[in-house]
Write a protein that binds this ligand. Sequence first.
Ligand SMILES: Cc1ncc(C[n+]2csc(CCOP(=O)(O)OP(=O)(O)O)c2C)c(N)n1
Ligand code: SF4
Ligand SMILES: [Mg+2]
Length: 246
Amino acid sequence: MNCKIPNGIDMSQQASWCPGCGHGIIVRLLAEAAQELGIDDRMIMVEDVACGEFAQFALKYNTIMGAHGRPIVTAAGIKRVRPDAIVVAHPGDGSAYSIGVESTLHCALRNENILALVVNNSVFGMTGGQMSPTSLVDMKTTSSPHGRSIKKDGSPIDVTKILGQLDIAYLARGSLDSPANVIRTGKMIKKALQKQMNGEGFCLVEVLSPCPTNWNMTPVDALEFIKKKQSVTYPTGEFIDKGGAI
Ligand SMILES: Cc1ncc(C[n+]2csc(CCOP(=O)(O)OP(=O)(O)O)c2C)c(N)n1
Ligand code: SF4
Ligand SMILES: [Mg+2]
């Protein structure tokens, strides 16, 4: 991350994310990558009904709102009619892996030439911190006040283990828990955009992202939670990359 504000970032509006939230960092990484690749004027964002949607105020790119759970398949449709655009779906974990898991899976099966940039904060952030498919075992959420129980609530899901079997262009998980991992995540996002430019197919980059508000933690403790807990259940790395590691 460099100090200059990327051209794709709009500083004139308020994006409304909570202090310590990871969403703004992810959006900035995307804007930096797009600028470096010279594709600012080709970017189309597909936002979800979720905390990520405030990106519409933080980015200057053309943006469409998908229905909750449907930004990935909406992005696939846009890409088919606008093949020269660089299309990025921007769902949360609740969207991409719960209500929208079927369309996530089928877009991957069809190897749609888009980037799914999935923000995994292990809760339904926007609606008040309910348990999501990626909430950790024993994790307390507003709908699991005694902690997630495998017996009662089912296991957390690691969607990269399912998508890892498919013939897609790129699959990676980054994290915002340290400056080094922020930089690594930015490289993953840039690589995925490059692959879309090359027409290689479906790319999914998941980012472990803090939600201090719904985790009831300070921003610093939230980063520790990612490092010590979330990234143990959801290891970071590049899982599919036909072009080689970064
Ligand atoms: C069809 C539909 N179902 C449910 C909702 C309510 N809803 C809005 S955001 C959200 C969850 C968001 O969680 P996630 O996708 O993880 O994104 P986050 O806010 O955590 O970034 C839900 C269930 C909705 N808007 N539309
Ligand atoms: S509720 Fe969580 S994900 Fe949503 S803006 Fe606040 S910190 Fe970010
Ligand atoms: Mg979420």
